[in-house]
Design a binder for this molecule. Structure first.
Ligand SMILES: [Zn+2]
Length: 189
């Protein structure tokens, strides 16, 4: 099975397509009683995951930080830490109509389905109690008075520098989330 992924402009939506042969094979796999739903879908994405991108997952299954119920999601990148907790980085897509339509059934039937862009899930986890919160979705970022994005390679978070807190506005080149950047020394211990 060979899945094709394409990020559509300007919405940023993710289009998944299968050629006729892969579509038939995927439909057959989906119908097999000895296969689990997510097992079949992960197989479909195997070549993508090997290339380090596009990881499908159940938004309700151990990923509460996504903030969605049980919508099927696709992450541009996902890694598990030592505690088995998943960390998403890059773009995140979901299928908002999942209660009425099954996106992967649709893919099996029609050979194509589109997932909507939810936002950018990069960077460290910020506690909810922290006075500055990262703006992760396009709509949150569009609403910011003074949007600033950290350039640190372990961060990449955006915030509204137009809101006065104990941390913002930040001096040029600084990031309010520096305490959460972590360091390479710490991650080795
Ligand atoms: Zn930062």
């Amino acid at each position: 099975m060979d899945i094709q992924t394409q990020i559509l402009k300007p919405s940023g939506a993710l289009l998944l397509t299968l050629d006729a042969e892969s579509q038939a094979e995927f439909a057959e796999e989906m119908a097999r009683p000895d296969r689990t739903y997510w097992g079949t879908i992960c197989d479909l994405f195997e070549s993508e995951i090997c290339n380090g991108g596009f990881q499908p997952f159940d938004g309700g299954d151990g990923n509460p930080f996504v903030g969605l119920t049980s919508a099927p999601c696709i992450a541009e990148e996902m890694a598990s830490d030592e505690d088995g907790k998943n960390h998403i980085s890059g773009r995140l897509w979901t299928f908002p109509d999942y209660m009425i339509r099954d996106p992967f059934k649709e893919l099996a039937e029609h050979g194509r389905v589109t997932f909507e862009l939810v936002g950018y899930m990069g960077g460290p986890d910020i506690p909810e109690s922290f006075p500055v919160q990262p703006l992760r979705t396009p709509s949150e970022q569009a609403a910011a008075a003074d949007l600033v994005t950290c350039g640190h390679f372990l961060c990449g978070l955006s915030w509204d520098d137009g809101v006065a807190t104990g941390y913002t506005p930040t001096p040029a080149g600084r990031c309010p989330f520096e305490a959460f950047h972590g360091s390479e020394e710490e991650s080795e211990s």
